[in-house]
Design a binder for this molecule. Structure first.
Ligand SMILES: *Cc1c(COP(=O)(O)O)cnc(C)c1O
Length: 391
């Protein structure tokens, strides 16, 4: 079977599978922290060089983790991957492992709150961070220079759904020798072609669509074997960021159904966007799949889908937004996303609360803005619930 020729759906079911001597059908959960050696010499040899499919300690690697890493790498089209405790451990590991005092990072300003926090931490250690408007290529051109270590951005930003041109930003970065690191959570591995578009490192919070049922935290750093194993892994494993085998097992099985879930969620998101577009209670409806989205053409070329997320701006600001949230019966108020259950979030008072009002305004996170993560309920039920809550 030539793995590279298989569709993502097939890879998501089979890639990376390792079977023990029992020939189990389902992926085994190796809930073990350590591994025993035949003799002392074998232990010595393994510490000198860990061969393929050899393990020392679960913080360094574990067969279940490895199955998940190989499967997601196959889906993403990277040589390798390292799985982490959470999405933030992945972002931290990806960035921290390439930075030292004096490094220069250029990042899009529209970022998830924890990503912005992490960039602040890097600056404490002498890393220079330049923030740009990610949709403005001239700003990237002006900011990236020879010696820039990496560029970092969310390919679709949280929560305002700006779409950033991976290919164009990669060209700018690569012309100066900078690595391209993409937080690709909103695109999901299903719609991602980030590597062929130029990304060097693709990062996921697997807590989202990959688990898909809101059960466990996880993250993954996907990239070349050299970067993953020689740059990211040493930092992550020595700083304690490796995923638990139990969570890796949840993610591994999550991947098998991810494409069916994500495509269904994206279809529902498009149906909701169509049904609510122009609603008098909405001053804005942001969905990359709608023709009026400022980067609609880019979204279609880059992902072939508008994705599973919408942002709605409710007329009347925070008070009215809260009323709409409180009236919803099926859609839950929470702050996860990519879950089977539809979830609504008021970013200004939750995920992006830490930002100043001015910074929120600059990012388009107005008091009336809500973020909707579309789940697996029937779209007609979701449209009915949203419609009754708006009225
Ligand atoms: C959730 C999220 C993260 C962080 O992931 P955790 O698993 O919660 O640590 C990072 N980036 C984006 C875009 C996210 O949505």
């Amino acid at each position: 079977m030539t793995r590279s020729k298989l569709h993502k759906r097939s890879l998501a079911v089979h890639a990376g599978t390792r079977r023990s001597q029992y020939g189990e059908m389902a992926e085994a959960m190796f809930m073990t922290q350590g591994f025993v050696y035949e003799d002392a010499a074998q232990a010595e040899a393994r510490f000198q060089k860990v061969g393929d499919d050899e393990f020392i300690y679960a913080r360094y690697g574990n067969p279940t983790n490895r199955m998940f890493e190989d499967r997601i790498a196959a889906l993403e089209g990277t040589e390798d991957a390292f799985a982490t405790t959470s999405g933030m451990a992945a972002v931290n590991g990806a960035l921290m492992s390439v930075c030292r005092s004096g490094s220069h990072i250029v990042a899009a300003r529209a970022l998830f709150g924890s990503n912005l926090y992490l960039l602040d931490v890097l600056q404490r250690f002498g890393v220079e961070v330049t923030l740009v408007d990610g949709t403005d290529l001239d700003q990237w051109r002006a900011a990236v220079r020879d010696g820039t270590t990496a560029v970092f951005f969310e390919s679709v930003s949280n929560p305002t759904l700006e779409v950033i041109d991976i290919a164009a930003v990669s060209d700018i970065a690569h012309a100066h020798g900078a690595m391209v690191m993409v937080d690709n959570v909103f695109a999901t591995p299903v719609f991602s072609r980030a590597v062929e578009q130029g990304a060097d490192v693709v990062i996921y919070s697997t807590t989202k669509h990959i688990d898909g049922a809101g059960r466990a935290l996880g993250g993954v750093i996907c990239g070349s074997k050299q970067y993953v194993r020689e740059v990211a892994e040493p930092y992550v494993k020595h700083s304690g960021g490796a995923i638990s085998p139990f969570n890796a097992w949840l993610m591994l099985t999550g991947l098998t159904t991810m494409e069916l879930r994500v495509r269904s969620m994206a279809d529902s998101a498009a149906a909701i966007a169509g049904a609510l577009s122009g609603h008098p209670k909405l001053s804005k409806l942001i969905y990359p799949g709608l023709a009026d989205h400022p980067q609609h053409d880019l979204a279609m070329a880059q992902m072939g889908s508008g994705g599973t997320m919408l942002a709605l701006e409710i007329v009347g600001g925070k008070d009215e937004a809260f009323k709409v949230l409180d009236r919803l019966e099926l859609v839950l108020i929470s702050n996860n996303l990519g879950d089977a259950k539809s979830i609504i979030t008021h970013p200004a008072t939750t995920t992006h609360q830490r930002l100043s009002e001015e910074e929120r305004a600059r990012l388009g996170i107005s008091p009336g803005l809500v973020r909707l993560s579309v789940g697996l309920e029937h779209p007609d039920d979701l449209i009915a619930d949203l419609t009754q809550a708006l009225e």
